[in-house]
Design a protein around this ligand. Structure first.
Ligand code: G16
Length: 522
């Protein structure tokens, strides 16, 4: 271990007093001004992870995604673009809170039998927040204690995942932002040509004043025409404020600066462009098309292509407790696709999705993707029937695996996948919105003294602690037709989330408000 370097570097990144850092749903997240030491230490951990994997490239992303502008965060990405394995999360927490960094690093090195000399490259990206450049420097400092760092500057989170994967797996694409753009744009163009689509795909995207705005503008083609609003990344206080996927989903209303034309499709990204939701207005009534709708649209589109190609594949849809009850019913009864539930967090959904040939996972908040197994991709590539309709479906499926980010939920990829699914099936946004009717639902954010006292079970659908609280929620829920409600601590914000749904909008609001009241003593 290069003891002096670690202590010298660490001295430049002192830990703030009286602060405890917790690794949450998507890494560490809190006020950006508190995170310097944590990001430095995550950099150290990422290099150790690379060493453990004998020099494979690892990723570090500086972002707080949908959180307010003053927050920031950091997460680690594994070689194939997956999140840091959960077994390593305690190490991240151990280092972030350590008062004796050298001892704790030595402890992890011994427990994992790491040869630090094998540490390789760690690629780093950041979102557009004010604190991001300084935190990026802290990450690089940490990485360079044992490994090598390569900074890509501003990126969307899914671009960073792509870059990590392509550094380790050259067949995945060129390891550059250009490579990412080329992979998506050429696959979209090829699909459109296969289906003789000449009218360009069109949509207006609310980019949450985040990094998605410049990155979307870098994609160009005669075959699509994307207008971007809420693209002010210079005003650091504007990120996710009154705009973006989280705002639109939580408030179920239009973001600022979208003046809709009826029956026209719009979409919103979040601050780091890993979530997307869609919407339109019908007689000025707002209709949201969230992650549940994206999952059903893409699953039924892919199913149709599989039927046309005459290829059998095992498909499953993965949801969380936030999925609307009617979406689950529609998937099981109409689409006849199995549904699995996992706790919130793409790290959970992603692994479940990998159990299928085609795993479609979307959180209701718009975070998700469609994973195709390597085995299925090879089968699709090797099958040739000579029949034009079958060949076209086969080619489209293969190209979809290039459009849809295979490492993580990606607003840009998902945007194109949805536009293609609609155009090829000749489906309007209104048709899409009518696939099934949704139970009225509402999300609440409640600030409590200590959110960590809320412990859940059953894919976060039931509370086990505080004792007795779940029984009170059950009693309330029983009084409403098709009522459902649950309480869980956010893993990204200092708040507890309450979800409610019921047969009528009034009941849904009432149920949610009464469950929120139950939280007052906490
Ligand atoms: C992150 C996670 C998502 C999760 C969301 C909210 O999203 O990646 O899987 O749904 O946080 O989590 P929680 O309810 O625990 O706060 P993002 O877009 O913020 O990175």
């Amino acid at each position: 271990m290069t003891k002096d370097t670690l202590s010298a570097a660490s001295a430049r990144h002192p830990k703030p007093p009286n602060t405890t850092f917790a690794y949450g749903t998507a890494g560490f997240r809190t006020l950006g001004s508190l995170l310097d030491s944590t990001v430095f230490r995550v950099g150290v951990l990422a290099a150790l992870r690379s060493a453990k994997l004998r020099g494979k490239t690892i990723g570090v992303m500086i972002t707080a995604s949908h959180n307010p502008p003053q927050d920031n965060g950091v997460k680690v990405v594994d070689p194939l673009g997956e999140m840091l394995p959960q077994l390593w999360e305690p190490y991240a927490t151990q280092l972030a809170n350590s008062d004796n960094l050298e001892d704790d690093v030595r402890d992890i090195v011994a427990r994992e039998k790491i040869d630090v000399a094998q540490a390789g490259l760690v690629v780093v990206g950041m979102d557009t927040r004010e604190t991001s450049p300084q935190l990026l420097r802290a990450a690089v400092d940490g990485i360079e204690v044992f490994g090598r760092a390569k900074s890509f500057g501003e990126l969307t989170t899914p671009q960073l995942h792509y870059l990590v994967r392509s550094h380790n797996d050259p067949g995945f694409g060129e390891p550059s932002e250009k490579g990412y753009n080329k992979k998506i744009v050429s696959a979209v163009e090829e699909i459109l040509r296969l289906w003789n689509v000449s009218e360009p795909l069109e949509i207006t995207v609310d980019a949450a004043n985040g990094v998605g705005a410049p990155k979307l503008r870098n994609l160009s083609s005669d075959l699509f025409n994307i207008s971007v609003v809420n693209s002010n990344t210079q005003d650091k206080s504007a990120l996710n404020v009154e705009c973006g996927a989280d705002y639109v989903k939580t408030n179920q209303k239009l973001p600022a600066n979208v003046q809709p034309r009826d029956h026209q499709l719009y979409s919103s990204f979040d601050g780091d462009a890993d979530r997307v939701v869609f919407y339109y207005t019908d007689n000025s009534r707002f209709q949201l098309l969230d992650g549940d709708r994206i999952a059903t649209l893409l699953a039924s589109f892919i199913n149709k292509l599989l039927q046309q190609a005459k290829v059998e594949a095992k498909m499953g849809i993965i949801q969380t407790a936030y999925a609307n009850g009617d979406s689950t019913k529609y998937i099981q009864e109409t689409l006849q696709i199995p549904v699995d539930f996992t706790p919130t967090g793409v790290k959970h959904l992603h692994h479940k999705a990998q159990e299928y040939d085609i795993g479609v996972y979307f959180e209701a908040n718009g975070h998700g993707t469609v994973l195709f197994s390597e085995k299925l991709i090879s089968k699709l590539k090797c099958t040739h029937t000579g029949l034009p309709e079958e060949e076209r479906a086969l080619k489209t499926l293969v190209l979809l695996t290039e459009v849809i980010n295979q490492t993580v939920g990606d607003s840009i990829s998902d945007l194109f996948a949805v536009l293609l699914a609609l155009r090829i099936q000749n489906k309007t946004c209104v048709d899409w919105g009518k696939d099934y009717t949704e139970l009225p639902n509402k999300l609440f954010k409640v600030i409590v003294k200590d959110r960590f006292v809320f412990k859940t079970t059953d894919a976060e659908r039931r509370l086990v602690e505080p004792a007795g609280l779940q029984a009170k929620i059950d009693a309330l829920v029983a009084a409403y037709v098709r009522g459902r409600s649950f309480v869980r601590a956010s893993g990204t914000e200092n708040a507890v989330r309450v979800y409610s749904e019921a047969a009528s909008a009034a009941d849904c609001a009432d149920l949610g408000a009464r469950v929120c009241q139950l939280l007052e003593p906490y």
